[in-house]
Design a protein around this ligand. Structure first.
Ligand SMILES: O=P(O)(O)OC[C@@H](O)[C@@H](O)c1c[nH]c2ccccc12
Length: 259
């Protein structure tokens, strides 16, 4: 079993839901990244999604865009993030997932990037602008390094497409819960529960809901329909405001749902 499979198995064996926080690498500098990863592991996160700052982040809302601009202003690059992860890997046992658009990967070179990610100890990749029809450009390299591609489905995907993506899935299936960009939402589409239940039924791997989730109540609500949640914008805000106790509460909320 790889690190991702083990982490999900451990979570499910304990009857808990998974909680995957998203943070922007280099927001506050790369030392901050190390410190945040260590803190999130201590709080009981299941895995961590690490965003690579990019100048044209089409799926991101204002909070993550702003965090990306701060990180770019700090001089953060894909290469510097990978070396930070490599330094940290001996002391962190959580699965680490990189979220980046294709452009920085092209700039790095696909084979060189995947090899560097594998050697740094990256467990998974989320690439929102890589549709399944195009993924063969990277999959053979990922297989060699044993890095998993985490695939996304959205509320507007057809049932056929959901099925196909779920069948191909590795690590976990990322179920996007809004039609739009990342960022905190007060309310969700009324069909979100049905959508997550359908996916959960179709998918051979864990299904995690992400986009818009920001409160312990929402963590619990989404957790009823699937295997856990991803929370980004709210985590970034709470780190900025130094409200670490609230981050801990959010993560703990995923541990006390029982269905
Ligand atoms: O910020 P939110 O609304 O909590 O959404 C999660 C999200 O931040 C993270 O998973 C993410 C950030 N950028 C993305 C782009 C595509 C898919 C996912 C992401």
């Amino acid at each position: 079993m790889n690190r991702l499979e083990k982490a999900f198995k451990r979570t499910m064996d304990r009857n808990e839901k998974a909680f995957v926080p998203y943070i922007m690498a280099g927001d506050g500098g790369l030392n901050q990244l190390k410190e945040q990863i260590i803190f999130l592991e201590a709080c009981g996160a299941t895995a961590i999604e690490i965003g690579i700052p990019f100048s044209d982040p089409v799926a991101d809302g204002p909070t993550i865009q702003a965090a990306g601009l701060r990180a770019l202003a700090e001089g953060t690059t894909l290469r510097s993030v990978l070396s930070t992860i490599q330094e940290l890997r001996p002391i962190v046992s959580l699965p680490l997932i990189i979220m980046t658009y294709m452009n920085p990967i092209y700039a790095f070179g696909i084979p060189a990037f995947v090899q560097a990610a594998g050697r740094a100890g990256v467990d998974g990749l989320i690439i929102p602008d890589l549709p399944i029809e195009e993924e063969e450009i990277i999959i053979p390299y990922l297989d060699v390094e044993e890095v998993e591609l985490i695939r996304l489905v959205t509320l507007t995907s057809s049932r056929e497409r959901m099925k196909e993506i779920a069948q191909r899935g590795r690590g976990f299936l990322y179920a996007v819960t809004v039609t739009g960009t990342t960022g905190i939402r007060a309310e969700f589409h009324e069909q979100v529960g049905e959508y997550l239940k359908t996916l959960h039924h179709l998918s051979p791997i864990p299904v995690l809901a992400g986009f818009g989730i920001s409160s312990p109540e929402q963590v619990k609500e989404m957790g009823q329909y699937c295997d856990g949640v991803v929370v980004g914008s709210k985590i970034i805000e709470l780190f900025r405001e130094n409200k670490r106790d609230e981050i801990e509460k959010l993560i703990k909320a995923a541990k006390i749902i029982s269905i």
